[in-house]
Design a protein around this ligand. Structure first.
Ligand SMILES: Cc1cc2nc3c(=O)[nH]c(=O)nc-3n(C[C@H](O)[C@H](O)[C@H](O)COP(=O)(O)O)c2cc1C
Length: 343
């Protein structure tokens, strides 16, 4: 007999135990300075999130490469010097009985100043990218993170690499699904060797939603292979991940149909992200599908204490109106800025 899942109950996510089934999905929060050091606000921001009652935090995305290009403010795990600052961040979050994992990403691969299409990279360059992810995971472990998330979604580098719309390589890393996803398996294997106890999760597109891109059937196939290879959990997203104008009970959980289908076919926990706004809808999804965790991003920018408020009954619906102004405000909520309650 399977027990009905509840939003607010302790739940196992692989080797971690979360106090509830709510996860903060990775959100670029401009928490680092241009030199890679953490801003003081970063500690306040993550402390508020952890105190707000979320079951686990996935920190804003970090680039595994020193030679990546992105707007300042990412937390770069590409250098050992940053480890002590991460340690401090992790300790602050752990004090609130909240696990924290870091998201490892590469926005694009650069040969010098030129960004390369995955198809044009040499074999050595592909191997160097795999090594960058493995090295970053080792640093994450040194800093005390509970796990790492391989960012293979949203058409960042890995998402493009596994997509048939982009990857036209003719070697063992291109062509078939098996070949295109090989990079993910090799990153996984390397991380398992160098940092065996980390929770290892992946964020992946349920579909690229582009012509000839990864579609639901192929994404399902990849997820099943990752599960078989020993991934600890899978977070399901898609290109254009932050759909605007979400309304409670109307258009919530836009990747949930895929996540539910996946959860039927794998024996690792599936985390569904995208547009969760009301307690009722989230509880229904947990009750009626095998999805085990729900992750939220924008709502926790506006209300870091949303989980506590939902649990206590102080509210039943998030205040976030999904205006997406946070994209142009370096991960700050326009409502909190107007109310001068930024952190
Ligand atoms: C400002 C902003 C920054 C984001 N940064 C990341 C990121 O670093 N990594 C990631 O995987 N997704 C990122 N996302 C996408 C979110 O994690 C999430 O998948 C998406 O917003 C849908 O969830 P929501 O409706 O709860 O916001 C970001 C979204 C926003 C709005």
């Amino acid at each position: 007999m399977t027990m009905e899942k509840k939003l607010f109950e302790p739940a196992k996510l692989g080797n971690l135990t979360l106090k509830n089934r709510l996860v903060r999905s990775a959100l670029y929060d401009g928490a680092a300075r241009l030199d890679g050091g953490l801003k003081d606000e970063a500690y306040t921001l993550y402390s508020k999130l952890a105190k707000g009652g979320v079951g686990m935090i996935i920190a804003g995305f970090t680039s595994v490469s020193d030679n990546d290009r992105y707007p300042g403010g990412m937390l770069p795990p590409s250098r050992d010097e940053t480890i002590p600052q991460y340690q401090k961040l992790v300790d602050i979050v752990h004090r609130e009985n909240c696990p924290i994992i870091t998201q490892l990403a590469l926005t694009g691969y650069y040969r010098g100043n030129t960004q390369l299409d995955p198809t044009d990279m040499t074999l050595d360059e592909v191997h160097s990218v795999i090594q960058m992810f493995i090295d970053a995971a080792r640093r994450a472990k040194c800093a005390g993170f509970d796990g790492v998330q391989i960012h293979a979604a949203h058409f960042l580098f890995l998402s493009q690499f596994i997509s048939p719309a982009v990857n036209r390589r003719s070697d063992s890393y291109g062509g078939s699904t098996e070949n295109r996803m090989r990079i993910l398996l090799e990153i996984m294997t390397g991380i398992r060797e160098k940092a065996p106890n980390l929770h290892l999760t992946v964020k992946i597109n349920s579909s690229d939603f582009v012509r000839n891109g990864l579609d639901a059937a192929e994404s399902l196939e990849i997820c099943k292979a990752l599960a078989k290879a020993g991934i600890d959990s899978i977070e399901v997203s898609g290109n254009s991940p932050s759909v605007p104008r979400i309304r409670a009970g109307v258009n919530e959980g836009y990747f949930a149909p895929f996540a539910a289908a996946l959860a039927e076919q794998v024996d690792v926990p599936v985390i569904a992200v995208g547009g969760w706004r009301s307690k009722d809808t989230m509880e229904d999804v947990l009750k009626n599908t095998k999805i085990e965790f729900l992750s939220l991003s924008r709502p926790l920018l506006r209300e870091p204490d949303l989980p506590n408020k939902l649990q206590s009954g102080a509210c039943t619906v998030a205040e976030c109106v999904s205006c997406n102004a946070c994209y142009s405000l370096q991960g700050h909520c326009v409502y909190r800025i107007r109310g001068k309650r930024i952190f």
